[in-house]
Design a protein around this ligand. Structure first.
Ligand code: MUC
Ligand code: MG
Length: 366
């Protein structure tokens, strides 16, 4: 099965509840749907979220790199030659989520050809992922209301609190209100998206020490190496790398240089092929991972579920798989459902990404 062309379709779907966090805001899912066409007539699909404040990509840059560079370079290749594709795409620097989507779409095509769920092909560990819900910047009482509603409606008991604000007391207060309102059983962790300095993060850890925060993600800019190392070595809870470890090389660097001792795995930026290597690296080093969210649509989320459920190491912790609930609409023909705090893998060939073509026609940007 050879690749014949790769299509990049920009589209935009508004958010009902926009997400605000220390490095940016998302009010519209102005994403790119990637379609890998093959000579078997099979089409693999994946979603690409432009996050300029994290990876430097935009909707236009993703369309351009896929149509102008990756499509001509990969056309004619056997879709099973995933390592060769990685090598070809690596000739182009950066463009992390564009590369990730091409890889996922190729896996989707392979699963369809073989008549197997991709989750089975990747590792087949389990059939579901537990869900963690991400809470953006809002007043503390509103955050608690949302968390209680999500627990009641979807059975979600793990929450990621977006932090990194000034004064830090805003976030400390939010953590306290959530812990008191949700009780001791809820799992709560924080993500500052580099909003603090290392010293501010230390101060927050001191002020939240009695609140049972599970870990702290990307507290400060990891490039400020000494501050980050000092923080990791003195923190009583793990410090997770997210945007500082978007690929295998940076993940290795951050873990080995003491910049983090926990890793977020995001299929949107690593695809399945590179994410598998990152998980292996972490597992071998005895470092925990969790499946993160790139503020994904249902198309992106189904890919994260497919990958997360495939491995023991990625399915141990709840994955961030519920941001799509804040969107006005989505593209999957059969919507994802969260029941008892879980999303199940689809027992269908491929990733299970069947697109509602009418919706795509309605939301596409060109
Ligand atoms: C996250 O975990 O940081 C916000 C920015 C981004 O790149 O991803 C999201 C969520
Ligand atoms: Mg993060």
């Amino acid at each position: 099965m050879n690749i014949t062309r790769i299509e990049a379709i920009p589209y935009s779907i508004p958010y009902v509840h926009p997400l605000h966090f220390a490095s940016g805001s998302v009010t519209e899912a102005d994403h790119v749907l990637v379609r890998v066409h093959t000579d078997e007539g099979i089409v693999g699909t994946a979603d690409t979220p432009p996050r300029p404040y994290t990876y430097g990509e935009t909707q236009k840059s993703i369309v351009a790199v896929i149509e102008d560079i990756f499509s001509p370079q990969l056309s004619g290749l056997d879709a099973f030659a995933r390592e060769r594709m990685q090598t070809v795409m690596d000739r182009t620097f950066h463009n992390q989520t564009a590369k990730g989507a091409v890889d996922i779409a190729v896996w989707d095509a392979i699963g369809q050809l073989l008549g197997q769920p991709v989750s089975t092909l990747l590792g087949g560990y389990t059939d579901h992922m537990s869900v963690s819900h991400m809470l953006g910047f809002k007043p503390a009482e509103q955050l608690l209301e949302i968390a209680l509603e999500f627990r009641e409606t979807y059975g979600i008991t793990t929450f990621k609190l977006k932090t990194g604000r000034h004064p830090v007391s805003l976030d400390v207060e939010a953590a306290r209100v959530l812990r008191e309102g949700l009780g001791p059983e809820a799992r709560i962790y924080m993500d500052a998206n580099r909003g603090w300095s290392a010293n501010e993060a230390s101060e927050v850890l001191r002020l939240t020490a009695d609140l049972g925060m599970e870990f702290l993600e990307e507290p400060d800019d990891a490039r400020e190496v000494m501050g980050r190392r000092r923080l990791v070595s003195t923190s009583p809870i793990p410090i997770a790398a997210d945007e500082s470890a978007p690929n295998l090389g940076t993940a290795a660097k951050e873990l080995l240089s003491g910049g983090a001792n926990l890793l977020a795995i995001k299929t949107a930026r690593s695809g399945f092929t590179e994410a598998t290597k990152i998980v292996g690296l972490a597992e071998g080093l005895g470092v925990d991972v969790y499946v993160g969210n790139q503020i994904d649509t249902q198309v992106g989320t189904i890919a994260s579920v497919t990958f997360g459920a495939a491995f023991s190491h990625t399915s141990k912790r709840a994955g961030e798989l519920s941001n799509f609930l804040d969107m006005a609409d989505d593209l999957l023909a059969e919507p994802l459902r969260i029941v008892d705090g879980k999303i199940h893998v689809r027992d269908v060939p491929g990733v299970g990404t069947v697109i509602d073509e009418d919706k795509l026609a309605y939301y596409r940007a060109r």
